[in-house]
Design a protein around this ligand. Structure first.
Ligand SMILES: Cc1cc2nc3c(=O)[nH]c(=O)nc-3n(C[C@H](O)[C@H](O)[C@H](O)COP(=O)(O)O)c2cc1C
Length: 190
């Protein structure tokens, strides 16, 4: 069974440097599955047809991570399509049988940005802290009853040397491992 499910929303992983590096190390962690959602749904419209299977995948996982590059201060549009197809089904159409089964599941975001950490502060080049830019996803997690944890954020993703990127990927693996250890699955907490 997948213990940690990482849904990766990158419009073209073959052109990715940062998310590809993070996904490679994460996929090697025990009990961790990384799904390239763009490869799975090259035409986002198929997602509505597969919403039942996608919902089942979420219910089966013990923990959920949404990983993506920040594009125009938001996740790539495929993530919105996923929310519209899968979360609408689970939370609005089948809330008792499906949505309720997300309650308490540990959840976090893993985000890469081109902007530096310094640009993401009040009054900085990007005006707002990254936590404010990610607030709609925090509200979504809250609406779904998911248990929010501090996001993993990799800033300046386009400016990192190979060595810095490798170090960042190691940090991601360590951060996920610590989170896996501290966030007990719902069934174990009951
Ligand atoms: C269309 C587009 C929009 C972007 N918008 C932002 C943005 O709003 N803020 C930011 O910090 N970086 C932005 N970037 C930079 C990406 O976040 C960065 O290239 C990405 O995180 C690197 O990850 P990757 O190598 O996996 O693609 C944008 C990049 C593209 C291509």
């Amino acid at each position: 069974m997948t213990q940690t499910l990482i849904l990766l929303f990158h419009p073209d992983l073959s052109r990715s440097r940062a998310n590809a590096a993070l996904a490679r190390v994460a996929a090697r962690l025990p009990g961790t599955e990384v799904v390239d959602m763009q490869a799975r749904f090259p035409d986002g419209l198929d997602m509505a047809r597969d919403a039942e299977a996608e919902a089942a995948r979420l219910i089966a996982a013990e923990r959920l991570v949404l990983q993506f590059p920040l594009h125009w201060y938001a996740p790539p549009p495929l993530l919105q399509s996923w929310q519209a197809a899968v979360l609408t089904r689970m939370m609005y159409l089948l809330s008792d049988t499906e949505g309720a089964r997300l309650a308490g599941k540990p959840f976090r975001l893993a985000v890469t940005t081109g902007g530096t950490a310094d640009a993401y502060r009040n009054g900085g080049r990007n005006l707002f802290p990254i936590t404010e830019i990610l607030a709609p996803l925090r509200a979504t997690a809250n609406r779904c009853g998911l248990t929010w944890s501090r996001p993993f954020v990799l800033h300046d993703a386009d400016g990192l040397s190979e060595g810095q990127l490798e170090a960042a990927a190691r940090n991601y693996a360590a951060d996920l491992t610590a989170w896996q250890a501290e966030s007990l699955p719902v069934s174990a907490e009951a």
